[in-house]
Design a binder for this molecule. Sequence first.
Ligand code: ADP
Ligand code: ADP
Ligand code: ZN
Length: 209
Amino acid sequence: MRIIMLGPPGAGKGTQAVKLAERLGVPHISTGDILRHEVAKKTKLGQAAHKYMAAGKLVPDDLVIEMTLKRLKAPDARKGFILDGYPRTLPQAQALDKAAKIDAVVNLFLDPEDLVKRSTGRWVCPNCDAVYHVLTNPPAKRGVCDKCGSALVQREDDTEKVVRARIRTYDDLTEPLAAHYRAKGILRDVYASGHIEEVHQRILEALRK
Ligand code: ADP
Ligand code: ADP
Ligand code: ZN
């Protein structure tokens, strides 16, 4: 299965992508995670991407397209993948159309104020990319990753101001992609409210259709 997770920042794409990837035995490929590691390592790509990410803007298409298509060519992605955070623009979607046949696009939707609450309460593991929430999905030990024991951090773009800018970026540039995939007959709208497991079941149900 080749699946795309579409939806605004904070909708739960990453959380649900991890569960789906485990269930289907395919890699979870998050362009946000890849970019954050590039920024942390201060690579050329990371240095070019950082200012856009910090401001809640999109990293330029040419950089993201090259990075993502290269990742999709890795051997582990041959059997399928859950793509999270890509595509975000029409040129990105068109580049992907040429590279891979997508089976389904899970389109998560949620009330904007809930998006803000989810993102501003998010804590992430800089080592293994696990995602937590202070209120709704806390780790067993405060500030420590359940999976690898690293100290959790807040993303620098998860302040309320930047979250709102990211939601605007999404509405302007990414939301129109739903129509692109709806026209192909592969879009599956899923309401992202409720418990993580409940949303997971909704996604499985939507994928059976
Ligand atoms: P996205 O990848 O779409 O930005 P995440 O998966 O990182 O979203 O989730 C955003 C935040 O909301 C995280 O803190 C996560 O733990 C939390 N979260 C995800 N799904 C749910 C849910 N169904 N209910 C409550 N909180 C959730
Ligand atoms: P979220 O899960 O909250 O939507 P991501 O982790 O997917 O956020 O992305 C964080 C930031 O990384 C984005 O705001 C953007 O600057 C950059 N980014 C990630 N994926 C892409 C992409 N496909 N195109 C352009 N920029 C991207
Ligand atoms: Zn970890």
